[in-house]
Design a protein around this ligand. Structure first.
Ligand code: NIG
Ligand code: FE
Length: 389
């Protein structure tokens, strides 16, 4: 494995306050060496060691690669017509999920794989070096298993979301569908390499009792827990996530004071998905209240064909800053260290000794430009696993 020296870094975001100034741990006029896929040396640009390859970034900012801890990339078709209808005044209810289930079941493996590859590459070009990918548009044993097998070709962070909605063939038989999810579907999901289990805990999807039952058998089977919580209304999702010590409660759009206190007092990360509020014309989640209460916040795309068809973490950072009163530093932290915390990883989301060699070079002098220059392609280089891509 060749070593890579990245030098003349105007602003190095280490992501660790022990390694530089402020909460982002910023170092100026820095250099680093990635060797054997890990960050091996960090120092001043004036006294760099010899390496096999050299990338001179000429004063640009270098950040840890973005960690997108929430996406739904395995699907067929799209829902542009639903989006257009929404922009003409219709409400988002999640009812379109069944449309995508139909299109996903109808697609062959090669079509699904090509769609994931297209979106994964799109994300990589925008600086995402780790991506969680969920199933949830198959909703049969075979279609959930193949969704997870395909997801596993692209990431080790795969999530079984058999409990996304009750599919049409189980209408009015929710108990039977929950038994299927907890039994043969979970067995197949584990065999297909799932690492996490997730439930859409919401009116119209799964209530607290069904959600708890599904997440508990998943956890007993060795899967980590994450929850789609409080997206469309206040409800039991966040409290359930904290009770089960889930790694993450995702969306957190409609929170009570008790929900905020629970997130601040527990180990569950609040993962905010502002692309969904943008694309459904909904109020944004109360990021300021969560941060001020001391909760750990992550930012992710939620990329899916219904509520948030974007792969862009820079876009989510810009929304978080402009619409959710987060500072640029808080938003960058949430999209790197926050995402890593939501996946219970400490080898990504930071650039310190021993961390994975995943980094982005901006076509800009500081991380602030990610929000300051919205919509502009600012990612000039991406290093993934020690290799320039
Ligand atoms: O996270 N809310 C549940 N699932 C997705 C949306 C799925 C869809 O509309 O297709 C979400 O927003
Ligand atoms: Fe989602």
């Amino acid at each position: 494995m060749r070593s890579l020296l990245v030098t003349n870094i105007g602003e190095l975001v280490t992501g660790d306050p022990n390694w530089g100034e402020g909460p982002l741990g910023i170092r100026r006029n820095a250099a680093l060496v990635v060797d054997g896929r890990r960050v091996e040396w960090i120092g001043r640009a004036t006294d760099t060691p010899v390496a096999d390859a050299r990338l001179d970034v000429d004063g640009a900012a270098v950040l840890p690669g973005f960690v997108d801890s929430h996406s739904h990339l395995v699907f067929g078709g799209d829902r542009a017509a639903e989006f257009a209808a929404r922009m003409a005044g219709q409400r988002y209810t999640g009812g379109g999920i069944r449309t995508t289930v139909g299109a996903t079941r109808a697609a062959d493996d090669e079509q699904l794989r090509a769609n994931v590859a297209r979106l994964r590459n799109e994300a990589l070009r925008q600086g995402t070096t780790t991506m969680e990918i969920k199933s949830g548009y198959g909703l049969s044993v075979a279609d959930e298993a193949r969704s997870l097998r395909i997801a596993r070709e692209f990431t080790s962070e795969t999530t079984f979301l058999g409990a996304h909605v009750v599919p049409a063939e189980y209408a009015d038989r929710t108990d039977d569908y929950v038994s299927l999810v907890c039994g043969p579907m979970l067995t197949a999901a584990r065999a297909a390499g799932a690492r996490w289990i997730d439930v859409f805990c919401e009116q119209g999807a799964f209530d607290a009792d069904h959600s708890r039952a599904i997440l508990t058998v998943g956890a007993d089977a060795g899967l980590g827990v994450r929850v789609h919580a409080n997206q469309l209304s206040e409800g039991p999702g966040v409290q359930l996530a904290v009770e089960l010590q889930a790694a993450s409660a995702d969306h957190c759009t409609h929170l009570s004071a008790a929900d905020i206190a629970a997130l601040a007092g527990g180990s569950t990360v609040a993962t905010l998905l502002p692309g969904a509020e943008f694309s459904t014309r909904s109020p944004y989640p109360p990021a300021r209240a969560l941060l001020d209460a001391g909760a750990t916040v992550a930012l992710a795309t939620d990329c899916n064909p219904g509520s948030s068809y974007t792969t862009s973490i820079p876009f989510c950072i810009a929304l978080a800053v402009r619409e959710m009163a987060m500072t640029p530093a808080e938003a960058v932290f949430a999209a790197t260290r926050g995402g890593a915390a939501a996946l219970r990883r400490d080898d990504i989301g930071r650039l310190t000794h021993g961390a994975r060699g995943d980094l982005v070079v901006l076509d800009a002098p500081s991380h602030v430009h990610l929000a300051y220059r919205p919509g502009v392609p600012l990612i000039s280089n991406v290093v993934l696993n020690g290799e320039l891509v």
